[in-house]
Write a protein that binds this ligand. Structure first.
Ligand SMILES: CC(C)(COP(=O)(O)OP(=O)(O)OC[C@H]1O[C@@H](n2cnc3c(N)ncnc32)[C@H](O)[C@@H]1OP(=O)(O)O)[C@@H](O)C(=O)NCCC(=O)NCCS
Length: 153
């Protein structure tokens, strides 16, 4: 499967919301939340991964201020998982974060071992926990942080 990354647009939102439901229910973002994010082009960077037929198979988003950046979301449809798409989305956002910010933060579900492993191998370390961060499921989050490599600054 050939997968290409490109910027997310409002036209992608119906497909993104289907994946959002598949991957994150019941703690899903709404269309209004995504529209707000896409409007903030100065500090946001949202990507989609599309297959050869143009279908959205993954997406990810970065919020980046000079002091810190935040991986806002990342997801790959179950049928396309395990083929490197999530790693490509993350690496692209981290390259962008390294240009814009000094440190990258993220929250990840405490029970999500696959995602935590992916982040650890990209240099993230656990710096704390937030109880009941994901709502309405009331799932705890692990907070992870990664300093921008010195050579990238
Ligand atoms: C987390 C997620 C985005 C990863 O996307 P993906 O396309 O499946 O990931 P990749 O194929 O690029 O693999 C990423 C890494 O995870 C490892 N991995 C993937 N699936 C795995 C599995 N089932 N078990 C163990 N490791 C796995 C890969 O070996 C790879 O390791 P690497 O970093 O050493 O290269 C995807 O699983 C997903 O959307 N999960 C549901 C939503 C979610 O949890 N999002 C993260 C919220 S913080």
């Amino acid at each position: 499967m050939t997968v290409t990354l490109r910027d997310m647009t409002r036209a992608d939102l119906p497909a993104v919301l289907v994946l959002e439901e598949e991957l994150f229910a019941p703690d899903t973002w709404t269309a209004a939340m995504y529209r707000d994010e896409l409007a903030r082009t100065d500090t946001r960077h949202y990507l989609v991964a599309v297959d050869g037929a143009g279908a959205v198979v993954g997406y990810a988003g970065l919020i980046a201020y000079p002091e810190e950046a935040h991986i806002a979301t990342i997801g790959v449809t179950v049928s396309a998982q395990g083929r490197g798409v999530g790693a490509r989305l993350l690496d692209t956002l981290l390259t962008e974060a390294d240009d814009r910010s000094q440190v990258v933060l993220l929250e990840v579900r405490a029970d999500n071992e696959v995602a935590q492993g992916l982040y650890r191998r990209r240099g993230f370390t656990e710096i704390g926990r937030r109880r009941g961060y994901y709502q309405p499921s009331n799932t705890d989050a692990v907070v992870m942080s990664r300093e921008v490599p010195a050579r990238a600054r």
